[in-house]
Design a protein around this ligand. Sequence first.
Ligand SMILES: Nc1ncnc2c1ncn2[C@@H]1O[C@H](COP(=O)(O)OP(=O)(O)OP(=O)(O)O)[C@@H](O)[C@H]1O
Length: 271
Amino acid sequence: MREPSDRLQNEPFRRLGRRREAAGTAGEQRSSTSLLEATEHDLIIQAVGVVKTYDTGKIRVPALRGIDLQVRRGEMVAVMGPSGSGKTTLLNCLSGLDTVDAGTILIAGRELARLSDNERSEFRSRHMGFIFQLFNLIPVLTAVENVELPLLIAGVKPAEARRRAMEALDQVGLTDRAGHKPAELSGGQQQRVAIARALANQPEIVWADEPTGNLDTQNAEEVLALMRELNHRNRQTFVIVTHDPRIGAACDRVIRMQDGLIVDDGHALAE
Ligand SMILES: Nc1ncnc2c1ncn2[C@@H]1O[C@H](COP(=O)(O)OP(=O)(O)OP(=O)(O)O)[C@@H](O)[C@H]1O
């Protein structure tokens, strides 16, 4: 899992380490504590100087213009900001779905950019879960088949994949809908299946891009409550891109973006 040799390899991360040493405290406590109290092991996301520019041939769009960010294990953070401010790009870059032009990103101590495509995919399937606005369920498969598919692809034996998929459906309260296809489920139920799929491999970190964007108010509230409960119960880290202020209010902190920059990392009060 974690490769100590991958960690703290460059100066910005070493500086961060020294700041924490100077603070001299270990930290199992969450939220109101500042980053200075976090141990290196506590930080599941460390990003320094991340730059991403889309080059469409005709125009160059500077989507991320120098992002520094740290997220602690078990935190639930919202990424908010105006349309086009770079939220989805940030999520895609942090999770290794997209490449960056400059800067360094460590996830659970690993620098994904240094891995081969296969290693990166394997790392993602072992350590990360993804939840998208449009659920991205496969229509011809039942709920349980949708949940177990990534496990089968990751090489988990069928019986074990089915057991874990049913357990994940149980966690999201959908055991009785395991045999239903997506079209036979409500939008909120479909998103809960997608959450079960994201959780089935027990990832350390869950990335969600507008998870309630396609849901009515009641379903959105249920999905939010579910994510919060799972975050508390399993101590999984959630990074949620959202326009929904209720999600922001329910998270441990809100990271605000504007024009490709983080203009507020939500730690101002704590530091
Ligand atoms: N594949 C792409 N090619 C070119 N430009 C892109 C691409 N993807 C995003 N962009 C541009 O990069 C900038 C950041 O986009 P991004 O989708 O990250 O913003 P966002 O904050 O998630 O927006 P929204 O809230 O509308 O989803 C925008 O100016 C967008 O037009």
